[in-house]
Design a protein around this ligand. Structure first.
Ligand code: SAH
Length: 213
């Protein structure tokens, strides 16, 4: 699958655009530079792969806006070897960015078509993301606890079962809000029932829904 000079050039421009919007985390910007976003997009939108926008993918879902991916990834404070749970595999783009940062990624998707398609794609592109078909509200008990948990869909409230699957000292990033708009929320788990919570602005995500489809 091709990643040509033109696409690489467009990616550099995208990085500049994300920087101009306030992201200065060089590790995150480098990871975004290393992932060919066009390979994760629906063919109909290929030519827009490097515009800073969300686009439709299968099953009525979206590939997140690159700025949002950068913003959430920065908040997550990923490090080499961190065991990360992502809820909402979608196109696989965010998972690929996490892997480029050295994370050991576990990702759950509730749409079977997306799970199957994306698992194959990530594999073909050489990523070793562990993909699961399931309900993200339940997390992945057999693989818990996680150092980091990233939710890439809008959760009606902080998913409590996932807090149980977060290590002490771990961080969860989750857009919280039942309507169209969510508050980006970062939770630091300081102890068993001791959390520090920060909010950092409004975003729009597809909803986090229960039950597999
Ligand atoms: N990280 C993705 C974003 C996809 S949009 C990317 O980079 O492309 C969010 C995804 O979350 C959708 O694919 C949606 O189907 C999925 N989702 C929603 N609720 C879920 C749940 N309870 N468990 C797992 N996935 C869920």
């Amino acid at each position: 699958m091709e990643d040509n000079y033109r696409q690489q050039g467009l990616r550099r421009k995208l990085i500049e655009e994300i920087k101009s919007k306030g992201i200065d985390d060089q590790k995150v910007l480098n990871a975004i530079d290393e992932v060919p976003r066009h390979l994760f997009m629906d063919k109909a939108f290929l030519e827009f792969a490097y515009s800073d926008k969300a686009f439709p993918i299968e099953a009525g879902q979206t590939i997140s806006q690159p700025y949002t991916v950068a913003f959430q990834t920065h908040l997550l404070d990923v490090y080499k070897g961190a065991k990360v749970l992502e809820v909402g595999t979608g196109s696989g783009y965010q998972a690929a960015v996490l892997e480029k940062l050295g994370a050991w990624v576990f990702s759950i998707e509730r749409h079977k078509v997306l799970y199957e398609k994306t698992r194959k794609l990530l594999n073909k592109l050489g990523y070793s993301v562990n993909c699961f078909y399931g309900d993200g509200f339940k997390g992945l008990p057999p693989f818990a606890p996680f150092d980091r948990i990233l939710i890439t869909c809008g959760a009606p409230e902080i998913p409590h079962e996932l807090l149980n699957q977060l290590k002490t000292g771990g961080i969860m990033v989750v857009p919280v809000g039942a309507g169209d708009v969510q508050q980006m929320t970062t939770i630091l788990k300081k102890g068993d029932k001791d959390y520090e919570i920060h909010q950092s602005g409004k975003f729009r995500f597809v909803p986090m829904l229960q039950e597999k489809v």
